[in-house]
Ligand binder design. Structure first.
Ligand SMILES: Nc1nc2c(c(=O)[nH]1)N=C([C@H](O)[C@H](O)COP(=O)(O)OP(=O)(O)OP(=O)(O)O)CN2
Length: 167
């Protein structure tokens, strides 16, 4: 006997996880003060939801991995600096980036830095940055994706997840 159902299937596809690591430095802001600059080996994952197509896919894993890889590439082995932190001035010239505020003043070579238009480099903020970048890309390349979620794991015990609803 064949059992059929008219229920709409919302499928979830996931890429990333173990093996999707990148190293970066950052400094979190705690009570308005920068903590010392330090590094993490961040691990990332991307999950998408949507109704599968006739081939049974919500989005091709290959396209999802390419989008995730492209989004991570500018962050790898860089110092991640937020450019929209209240009370912190980030100024750049061709060679250098100068950061003033949060109880610190430091200068780094421009090529070592990824400037991110976010308010902090907390794990949550970084997950939100990735989610926003991926939402823009997947809205074009994966039109069946209705919702996405990025997770960044900064250590065995600390991770953050941000969700974006596309439509
Ligand atoms: N919700 C969040 N909390 C904290 C974040 C964050 O991004 N989101 N970040 C930090 C620090 O910047 C740091 O990266 C991690 O701190 P912590 O886990 O406390 O790590 P430590 O090694 O310093 O602490 P141990 O107690 O030795 O594990 C803090 N909080």
């Amino acid at each position: 006997m064949t059992v059929s159902t008219a229920a709409r299937h919302l499928a979830r596809a996931r890429v990333g996880g173990p093996g999707w690591d990148f190293n970066a430095a950052h400094t979190g802001l705690h009570d308005g003060t920068f903590e010392p600059l330090h590094g993490h080996t961040y691990q990332v994952a991307l999950t998408v939801w949507g109704e599968p197509d006739d081939a049974g896919m919500v989005a091709d894993f290959g396209i999802l991995k390419s989008a995730l890889r492209a989004t991570l590439a500018p962050l790898k082995r860089r110092t991640l600096l937020a450019t929209s932190t209240p009370g912190v001035l980030v100024a750049e010239d061709d060679e250098l980036v100068h950061v003033t505020g949060g109880g610190a003043f430091f200068t780094l070579p421009r090529r070592w830095v990824a400037l991110l238009p976010i308010a902090s480099t907390s794990t949550e903020a970084l997950a939100g940055y990735l989610a926003d970048q991926l939402a823009v890309q997947l809205a074009v390349s994966c039109p069946r994706v209705e919702r996405l979620e990025t997770t960044i794991t900064e250590s065995a015990e600390c991770a953050a997840t941000v969700e974006v609803v596309l439509r």
